[in-house]
Design a binder for this molecule. Sequence first.
Ligand SMILES: [Zn+2]
Length: 199
Amino acid sequence: MSLLYELRRLAPARPLTAIEAYSVAERQATLLLQLSNVTEAPVPSQVVSGLPFIKVAVRMPMASSGASKWIKPRWVVLLNGLEPPARQRFSLAHELKHVIDHKTSNGLWRPWAENPIARRRIEQLCDYFAGCLLMPRPWVKAAYCGGTQDVVELAKRFQVSPQAMQVRLLQLGLIEPYERCGSNDLYFRSASSSIELAA
Ligand SMILES: [Zn+2]
Protein backbone atom coordinates (compact mmCIF):
# COMPACT_ATOMS: atom_id res chain seq x y z
CA MET A 1 0.00 0.00 0.00
CA SER A 2 1.51 3.33 -1.03
CA LEU A 3 2.07 6.09 1.46
CA LEU A 4 -0.01 8.47 -0.65
CA TYR A 5 -2.88 6.01 -0.52
CA GLU A 6 -2.53 5.74 3.26
CA LEU A 7 -2.68 9.51 3.62
CA ARG A 8 -5.66 9.79 1.29
CA ARG A 9 -7.65 7.04 2.96
CA LEU A 10 -7.78 9.06 6.19
CA ALA A 11 -10.35 11.28 4.44
CA PRO A 12 -13.85 9.79 4.19
CA ALA A 13 -15.13 9.57 0.61
CA ARG A 14 -17.79 12.22 1.06
CA PRO A 15 -17.95 15.99 1.41
CA LEU A 16 -16.42 17.06 4.72
CA THR A 17 -17.37 19.83 7.06
CA ALA A 18 -14.63 22.36 7.71
CA ILE A 19 -13.99 20.89 11.16
CA GLU A 20 -13.69 17.39 9.68
CA ALA A 21 -11.38 18.59 6.92
CA TYR A 22 -9.07 20.28 9.41
CA SER A 23 -9.09 17.22 11.65
CA VAL A 24 -8.20 14.97 8.71
CA ALA A 25 -5.38 17.34 7.71
CA GLU A 26 -3.83 17.10 11.17
CA ARG A 27 -4.15 13.31 11.21
CA GLN A 28 -2.50 13.10 7.79
CA ALA A 29 0.40 15.25 8.99
CA THR A 30 0.76 13.15 12.14
CA LEU A 31 0.72 9.90 10.15
CA LEU A 32 3.37 11.17 7.75
CA LEU A 33 5.64 12.11 10.66
CA GLN A 34 5.09 8.70 12.26
CA LEU A 35 5.84 6.83 9.04
CA SER A 36 8.93 9.01 8.55
CA ASN A 37 10.16 8.31 12.08
CA VAL A 38 10.54 12.02 12.77
CA THR A 39 10.07 12.75 16.44
CA GLU A 40 11.50 16.21 17.04
CA ALA A 41 11.84 19.64 15.49
CA PRO A 42 12.88 20.73 12.98
CA VAL A 43 11.02 18.42 10.64
CA PRO A 44 13.42 17.73 7.73
CA SER A 45 12.17 18.88 4.33
CA GLN A 46 13.09 15.42 3.09
CA VAL A 47 9.92 14.15 4.78
CA VAL A 48 8.19 15.65 1.74
CA SER A 49 10.93 16.02 -0.88
CA GLY A 50 12.01 12.41 -0.30
CA LEU A 51 8.59 10.96 -1.06
CA PRO A 52 8.77 8.69 -4.11
CA PHE A 53 5.82 10.38 -5.80
CA ILE A 54 7.25 13.90 -5.41
CA LYS A 55 9.92 15.71 -7.42
CA VAL A 56 10.89 19.17 -6.22
CA ALA A 57 12.28 21.90 -8.46
CA VAL A 58 13.18 25.48 -7.57
CA ARG A 59 12.28 28.29 -9.96
CA MET A 60 13.39 31.92 -10.04
CA PRO A 61 11.40 33.99 -10.48
CA MET A 62 7.97 32.53 -9.86
CA ALA A 63 4.61 34.24 -9.67
CA SER A 64 3.64 32.29 -6.56
CA SER A 65 5.24 30.65 -3.53
CA GLY A 66 4.70 27.18 -4.97
CA ALA A 67 2.83 25.06 -7.46
CA SER A 68 2.25 21.37 -8.07
CA LYS A 69 1.33 19.41 -11.15
CA TRP A 70 1.09 15.74 -12.08
CA ILE A 71 3.71 15.08 -14.75
CA LYS A 72 3.84 11.36 -15.26
CA PRO A 73 5.16 9.40 -13.44
CA ARG A 74 5.07 11.72 -10.39
CA TRP A 75 4.05 15.04 -8.94
CA VAL A 76 6.34 17.96 -9.66
CA VAL A 77 6.37 20.62 -6.95
CA LEU A 78 7.82 23.98 -7.88
CA LEU A 79 9.14 26.29 -5.18
CA ASN A 80 9.93 29.98 -5.44
CA GLY A 81 13.70 30.22 -5.04
CA LEU A 82 13.54 33.91 -4.21
CA GLU A 83 11.72 33.21 -0.96
CA PRO A 84 13.55 32.44 2.32
CA PRO A 85 14.27 28.75 3.10
CA ALA A 86 11.71 28.72 5.93
CA ARG A 87 8.99 29.87 3.57
CA GLN A 88 10.03 27.33 0.92
CA ARG A 89 9.73 24.57 3.52
CA PHE A 90 6.24 25.73 4.36
CA SER A 91 5.28 25.95 0.68
CA LEU A 92 6.57 22.43 0.10
CA ALA A 93 4.37 21.08 2.89
CA HIS A 94 1.44 23.16 1.61
CA GLU A 95 1.81 21.71 -1.89
CA LEU A 96 1.86 18.18 -0.50
CA LYS A 97 -1.65 18.74 0.83
CA HIS A 98 -2.78 19.76 -2.67
CA VAL A 99 -1.31 16.48 -3.93
CA ILE A 100 -3.03 14.45 -1.20
CA ASP A 101 -6.36 16.15 -1.88
CA HIS A 102 -6.03 16.08 -5.65
CA LYS A 103 -8.71 13.45 -6.15
CA THR A 104 -11.02 15.15 -3.69
CA SER A 105 -10.48 18.55 -5.27
CA ASN A 106 -11.21 17.20 -8.72
CA GLY A 107 -14.17 15.20 -7.52
CA LEU A 108 -16.28 16.16 -4.57
CA TRP A 109 -15.04 19.74 -4.48
CA ARG A 110 -15.21 20.22 -8.22
CA PRO A 111 -18.44 22.25 -8.19
CA TRP A 112 -16.67 24.78 -5.97
CA ALA A 113 -13.50 24.95 -8.02
CA GLU A 114 -14.42 28.19 -9.73
CA ASN A 115 -15.66 29.74 -6.51
CA PRO A 116 -12.96 32.09 -5.18
CA ILE A 117 -14.16 31.67 -1.59
CA ALA A 118 -13.94 27.88 -1.83
CA ARG A 119 -10.50 28.13 -3.42
CA ARG A 120 -9.39 30.38 -0.57
CA ARG A 121 -10.67 27.79 1.91
CA ILE A 122 -8.65 25.09 0.18
CA GLU A 123 -5.55 27.29 0.39
CA GLN A 124 -6.18 27.85 4.09
CA LEU A 125 -6.59 24.11 4.62
CA CYS A 126 -3.27 23.46 2.87
CA ASP A 127 -1.63 26.09 5.08
CA TYR A 128 -3.12 24.37 8.11
CA PHE A 129 -1.72 21.02 7.00
CA ALA A 130 1.72 22.61 6.54
CA GLY A 131 1.50 24.03 10.06
CA CYS A 132 0.54 20.63 11.47
CA LEU A 133 3.41 18.96 9.66
CA LEU A 134 6.17 21.44 10.51
CA MET A 135 4.80 22.48 13.92
CA PRO A 136 3.06 19.43 15.40
CA ARG A 137 0.66 20.34 18.18
CA PRO A 138 2.33 18.39 21.04
CA TRP A 139 5.82 19.57 20.08
CA VAL A 140 4.85 23.24 19.97
CA LYS A 141 2.95 22.98 23.24
CA ALA A 142 5.90 21.25 24.91
CA ALA A 143 8.35 23.88 23.61
CA TYR A 144 6.10 26.78 24.54
CA CYS A 145 5.23 25.47 27.98
CA GLY A 146 8.82 24.38 28.53
CA GLY A 147 9.94 27.97 28.73
CA THR A 148 10.48 29.21 25.18
CA GLN A 149 7.64 31.62 24.60
CA ASP A 150 9.50 33.90 22.21
CA VAL A 151 7.91 33.55 18.78
CA VAL A 152 11.17 34.20 16.93
CA GLU A 153 13.03 31.65 19.03
CA LEU A 154 10.30 29.07 18.49
CA ALA A 155 10.32 29.80 14.77
CA LYS A 156 14.06 29.15 14.64
CA ARG A 157 13.67 25.88 16.50
CA PHE A 158 11.02 24.65 14.09
CA GLN A 159 12.65 26.31 11.04
CA VAL A 160 9.54 28.19 10.04
CA SER A 161 8.89 31.90 9.63
CA PRO A 162 7.91 33.86 12.75
CA GLN A 163 4.61 34.63 10.99
CA ALA A 164 3.87 30.92 10.53
CA MET A 165 4.74 30.24 14.18
CA GLN A 166 2.52 33.12 15.26
CA VAL A 167 -0.43 31.61 13.38
CA ARG A 168 0.26 28.16 14.83
CA LEU A 169 0.39 29.50 18.39
CA LEU A 170 -2.95 31.20 17.77
CA GLN A 171 -4.45 27.97 16.39
CA LEU A 172 -3.30 26.09 19.47
CA GLY A 173 -4.73 28.73 21.79
CA LEU A 174 -1.33 29.45 23.31
CA ILE A 175 -1.51 33.15 22.49
CA GLU A 176 -4.38 35.49 21.85
CA PRO A 177 -5.03 37.61 18.76
CA TYR A 178 -3.58 41.10 18.83
CA GLU A 179 -7.11 42.48 18.80
CA ARG A 180 -7.68 41.12 22.27
CA CYS A 181 -5.01 43.41 23.69
CA GLY A 182 -5.32 47.04 24.66
CA SER A 183 -8.61 48.76 24.11
CA ASN A 184 -10.58 45.53 23.63
CA ASP A 185 -9.51 44.27 27.04
CA LEU A 186 -10.70 47.52 28.53
CA TYR A 187 -13.99 46.94 26.77
CA PHE A 188 -14.37 43.49 28.28
CA ARG A 189 -13.58 44.75 31.77
CA SER A 190 -16.21 47.45 31.45
CA ALA A 191 -18.66 44.90 30.03
CA SER A 192 -18.20 42.55 32.99
CA SER A 193 -18.69 45.36 35.49
CA SER A 194 -21.88 46.29 33.66
CA ILE A 195 -23.07 42.72 34.10
CA GLU A 196 -22.32 42.88 37.81
CA LEU A 197 -24.26 46.12 38.17
CA ALA A 198 -27.18 44.68 36.30
CA ALA A 199 -27.29 41.48 38.37
ZN1 LIG B 1 -2.02 26.24 -2.57
